[in-house]
Design a protein around this ligand. Structure first.
Ligand SMILES: C[S@@+](CC[C@H](N)C(=O)[O-])C[C@H]1O[C@@H](n2cnc3c(N)ncnc32)[C@H](O)[C@@H]1O
Length: 437
């Protein structure tokens, strides 16, 4: 297993105080005259995700069959659909594309990951690292990202995002910032995913409420029971609801569906928005609404028919994502009844092993490469190795990576039954690969 430290985009800033989540959005306007008449040619493959339109639509609108467009043509595109942003505000798109064109002419950086080892754990910022993967080298991505405004993790890494915000992922001023940053990650990831690959993106919705941000559900529960003596100001980070463009205090902000829409604008196929029905969830004391007991898993693909093995649902043991015979029928539907994680190991935001295992079983073959860019305690790696797949995991926290390394290292000797046991060959940590990062 390779475990190494890699480059971070904004340096290791874990000692920097976490910002409060407090909408204070400056006005942003498009300067139409700045690049007017410029002869700079911009690559369509970069323009399409930035304006959130398909290449075929762009060609139709502009009446062109080429692979490059001018800044004036980008303004025409922005005027077609003034609100459809992906990872940038509309007012930032032209400057961003012009800067990218300049960088393109200066650099010829070579993508290098993954480097061949069956398991690689990489310490660093996912956003900075996703561009270092060889095109088409990842067969499947399964991840559970930080959710918006929900948790303080062990290491907070400040990321410099393309829209100009500098904050740890999940600590954006607004849900819209979180959507832009999620779209930036999905855009960076897309070239690395194999043509028949799948991306499984686990995310939960958030409420726009005034609250303290805590480390895990147990802490939140203690607070509900009146056992947290800390005052408002004593918390590491707080979320303020006042100041949002339209979302009111106490309103659900509908993040998962909006991520799905942006993924579609980036060129992914939204195959399914899966509901993960959880048997146990943190109690919610609100008196004016029902309690939540679900999360979402977005299944995204690059082509209409990604690799998909429906039979895995019938063949795998329930602990590895096979049918939950008590609550699920033989039909593999978009409502998944999977146990909530026991939380053993202390990560605080773990998903159960059965969730990544089901995604991996459905969309990969033995020997394929699975990536989790927010690996946490390592359950995606445990699932991947238990099913005989290769695994690459990324996290900013050395503590979580060590936990992941231990859990994945146990796979070779754990009792997952006889299913594909002979394919599970764990490579020891000292067998480093030739990864150039
Ligand atoms: C929801 S947790 C993942 C939990 C994981 N699925 C599990 O079962 O344990 C999100 C993880 O993302 C990591 N993280 C946060 N910001 C990151 C970044 N910019 N790059 C990489 N990892 C990051 C956190 O340290 C945390 O472990």
């Amino acid at each position: 297993m390779t475990h190494r430290k890699t480059a971070n985009s904004a340096g290791d800033t874990s000692s920097r105080p976490l910002p409060d989540i407090k909408p204070q959005t400056p006005i942003a306007t498009l300067d139409r005259s700045k690049h007017r008449g410029s002869a700079q040619l911009l690559r369509l493959e970069q323009v399409a995700p930035a304006v959130g339109m398909s290449v075929s639509f762009i060609r139709k609108v502009l009446g062109t069959s080429g692979n490059q467009v001018t800044p004036d043509q980008v303004i025409t595109l922005l005027d077609q659909d003034a609100f459809g942003e992906t990872y940038l505000r509309r007012s930032q798109v032209l400057d961003h594309l012009m800067a990218a064109a300049e960088r393109d002419s200066e650099t010829g950086g070579e993508a290098a990951l993954p480097a061949g080892d069956p398991v690689q754990l990489l310490l660093g910022d996912a956003q900075a690292m996703l561009g270092t993967f060889r095109p088409g080298s990842i067969d499947c991505v399964v991840t559970s990202t930080p959710y918006w405004g929900m948790r303080v993790y062990k290491s907070s890494h400040f990321v410099e995002w393309a829209d100009g915000e500098v904050c740890p992922y999940g600590h954006e001023q607004t849900p819209e910032g979180f959507l832009r940053h999620t779209a930036q990650l999905l855009a960076a990831l897309k070239p690395a995913v194999a043509a028949d690959g799948s991306v499984w993106w686990n995310v939960m919705d958030s409420y726009n409420t005034r609250t303290q941000i805590r480390g895990n559900a147990a802490e939140a529960l203690r607070a509900m029971q009146g056992l947290d003596q800390r005052a408002w100001a004593d918390h590491e980070s707080r979320r303020y609801s006042a100041g949002h463009v339209y979302a009111k205090d106490g309103e659900q902000v509908l993040i998962p569906g909006r991520i799905a829409e942006r993924a579609s604008r980036l060129g992914y196929y939204v195959k399914s928005v899966i509901t993960w029905a959880k048997p146990y969830t943190t109690p919610e004391p609100q008196k004016s609404r029902v309690s939540r007991s679900l999360e979402y898993v977005l299944h995204l693909s690059k082509q209409r028919t990604p690799k998909f093995n429906r039979e895995a649902y019938r063949q795998l043991p329930p602990s590895l994502g096979g049918r939950n015979t008590l609550l699920e029928t033989d039909k593999l539907s978009d409502v998944w009844h999977l146990a909530t994680s026991s939380g053993i190991g202390g990560h605080g935001a773990q998903f159960p092993l059965s969730l990544p295992a089901r995604c991996i079983g459905l969309s990969t073959n033995v020997g394929d490469v699975v990536l989790d860019p927010f690996v946490g305690s390592g359950n995606t790696g445990v699932a991947a190795r238990s099913l005989g797949r290769k695994f690459v995991g990324i996290d900013v926290s050395p503590e979580y990576l060590t936990q992941a390394e231990e859990s994945i290292g146990m796979v070779g000797e754990s009792a997952f039954g006889s299913f594909e046991r002979e394919q599970v060959k764990l490579v020891q940590a000292e067998q480093h690969g030739t990864n150039v990062l």
